[in-house]
Ligand binder design. Structure first.
Ligand code: ADP
Length: 367
């Protein structure tokens, strides 16, 4: 990731707000710096403001307030076609009456390049997406995945330094989508182009991005590399939105540097990592990943606090077992356990002890 190199961000949103109706803000005081060469994903539920941000960056929407800068220059008043930005949408937007080659040549002709130069660039862009043999076909003669590759080539053909992608893989089936995720990621790595990518699919975001901005309700909830988002969510929304998450409600009993104790609804007291709780007596929402909760207690360090759990469901999933438990009033506490040699199966109704490391139990501010 190149973010943070140099003093000037390549793309900067500064106090950007957007309202379509003059009343409701769908983007609220957005501040975001994107480094040159970075792959930044805007991730969030539908309606959280991601596309609006992308459209303001592309120039198809104007900010109600604030400034957007590209390579240090304010671009609020520059029309879309003069921003030098490549775009890829979900619905390809290829011209159906033109061949693949003509589709790719079009943005270059608009830029008044010579014929020879256009030919060379089209060939290079098609080779990049492994579609060199398809220049003479029309879009209708290509599969969905192939059309999306051409759309990608068209966004790259004029050497745009910034490429925006809005759910580009949304129309493809799962297998192809996963394949294309890697392809886009590799092209990004090879070209060093800056990518701003919009998706509501967290797996896609985790796979591809240098950093992810998690959006909800017009605000960035957390901006961090994939691993940080998953391992160290800063609030309940992010913990819940990224990956699978268990929550337990409780009250902070004691709090110190890097450790707190929390009393749960059933009276048990456990250790946790204080993330954004600050005083005893405060309500908190504990966040624990399914794969970090353990009922084979010999795998936990001695002295680890455990809680009582009733097994509600034990589901065989091949490589893993998925176990639904009732813990301190939560009937949807899920843990995962590897189908390892000698692993004991649990029966519904059985009461077991479950534990986790204090650092895997994050005490978040209660909503
Ligand atoms: P996302 O990309 O996260 O799904 P959008 O940016 O598309 O979110 O939408 C954010 C909010 O703005 C939504 O409430 C949506 O209904 C509203 N919105 C988006 N585009 C328009 C528009 N052209 N006119 C009015 N409201 C819009």
């Amino acid at each position: 990731m190149n973010a943070g190199h140099g003093n000037e961000a390549f793309v900067a949103f500064e106090h950007v707000q957007k309202s379509y109706d003059g009343e409701t803000l769908v983007v609220k005081d957005l501040n975001l710096k994107i480094g040159q060469g970075e792959f930044l994903t805007m991730l969030g539920p539908s309606g959280s403001g991601k596309t609006t941000c992308l459209m303001m960056l592309a120039g198809f929407e104007t900010a109600t307030h604030g400034e957007i800068r590209l390579a240090g220059r304010p671009i609020n008043n520059i029309p879309p076609h003069k921003r030098g930005i490549g775009m890829v949408f979900q619905n390809y937007a290829l011209f159906p009456h033109m061949t693949v080659g003509e589709n790719l040549a079009f943005p270059l002709e608009v830029r008044k390049m010579s014929k020879a130069e256009i030919e060379a660039k089209v060939k290079r862009a098609l080779d990049m997406v492994q579609m060199g043999a398809f220049a003479g076909r029309r879009p209708a003669q290509l599969s969905g995945g192939q059309q999306q590759r051409i759309a990608l080539a068209r966004a790259l053909v004029f050497d745009a330094e910034l490429v925006l992608m809005d759910e580009p893989l949304g129309a493809l089936d799962k297998q192809l989508r996963e394949h294309m995720q890697f392809e886009i990621k590799h092209i990004h790595e090879r070209l060093g182009v800056t990518v701003v990518y919009v998706t509501h699919d967290q797996g896609e975001a985790l796979t591809m991005s240098d950093r992810i901005a998690v959006f909800n309700d017009g605000r960035i909830q957390q901006l961090a590399p994939p691993e940080d988002l998953y391992e160290r969510p800063e609030n309940g929304f992010v913990a819940q939105f990224i990956g699978e998450n268990n929550t337990l409600e409780g009250t902070v009993e004691t709090i110190g540097q890097g450790n707190c104790t929390v009393r749960l609804g059933d009276g048990s007291v456990i250790d946790a990592l204080p993330v954004n709780v600050s005083r005893a007596g405060e309500r908190t929402l504990l966040s624990i990943r399914p794969e970090r909760a353990e009922f084979n207690l010999d795998r936990l360090p001695e002295g680890t606090h455990t809680v009582k759990a009733e097994v509600l469901e034990f589901i065989y999933m091949g490589d893993i077992f998925r176990i639904r438990l009732r813990i301190a009033g939560n009937e949807n506490f899920v843990i995962k356990c590897r189908n390892a040699v000698g692993q004991r199966r649990l029966r519904p109704g059985e009461v077991i002890d479950v534990g986790w490391l204090p650092q895997d139990c994050r005490a978040l501010e209660a909503a």
